[in-house]
Design a protein around this ligand. Sequence first.
Ligand code: 13P
Ligand code: SF4
Length: 353
Amino acid sequence: MTIFAAYPVSEEIAKSGLALRHSKNKEPFMPAIADDISAEIRELKKTIGATILAHYYQEGDVQELADITGDSLKLAREATKVDSPVIVFCGVLFMAETAKMLNPAKKVLLPDLAAGCSLVDSCPADKLARYQEMLRENGRTFQTVCYINSSAKVKALSDWVVTSGNAEDVVRNKVPEGYEILFVPDRHLGAYLQELTGRPMILWNGSCMVHEIFSLGDLLKMKKQHPSARAIAHPECPKNILEHVEYIGGTEAMLKYLASFREPTEFLVATEPNMMWQFERRFPQHTYLPVPGITCACNKCPHMARNTLEKIRDCMRNGAPEILWQPEFDRAKEVLARSLLEGVPVKTPVAGD
Ligand code: 13P
Ligand code: SF4
């Protein structure tokens, strides 16, 4: 396995601003005010003709308002079916851009345009283009597979786009044999896929600031205290966590796994904690114990947390911020469509195209 040291992790974590958590993003307010804002959002939905899509990492009060909740893959596919004129995307920028690319006729609103992602930040398109060029000059035969948590420019430079939900299938069945894979930007997901599929990969050095920092010490302590509990983790977690859990899966896959347990069971959960709102809603018979992070007990994603109820209401009132079409969307949209949408004819791309 090759790891391209494009971005030192410590710098990345520092840059992503763990300090952003809790303080700036969430102004506490009274439940009655939250109810009023939620009621206003429901009214605005009818007035402007909006469908609200929310990722499972949004706060419960936001997920409650949504017409559709899901992981990245489900939301991308659902976005193509929306027939109202407006999509309000409660997630982060790359997700809202994906919705726009897959359903360009819609007005796509994102409550806070600054809702980014540490993975996106770790892979600037110009750096990727230079690295691809260097590999070609060195005679490497490769295709670029990018995680959906990347900019549209990076998607446009890629042969395939994957989510945690379809990555194994794309790597096993769509990337032609005989090609190395340049996997960007999540080195942990890439390493996991490499082990799972046996496909050689060159890994970019990016990571998710949330999934990277679960505390192994706390996980091991919790496993001792709860010997019959099942530990579950997202494949964005590093190997030292993944090798100590009973189940590894993306968010939709985790829901399926929980559904397979009939008897009340304890789960130790190493993923973004808002996910547990869905777990509790769908499977209230189980007990969910969050694995803490090394620097922050709750490990919430500060980017996802930018979408407060007030900002959702305001974007619907103002018709902004809106995702506007960018030149790179033309190419990125094709890569997205052939990678994520079933029934779209698969055109085998030229290596490193
Ligand atoms: P999925 O939605 O594919 O599970 O990815 C998790 C995530 O970190 C989204 O930003
Ligand atoms: Fe990005 Fe991680 Fe937040 Fe998902 S949870 S948006 S991967 S920083």
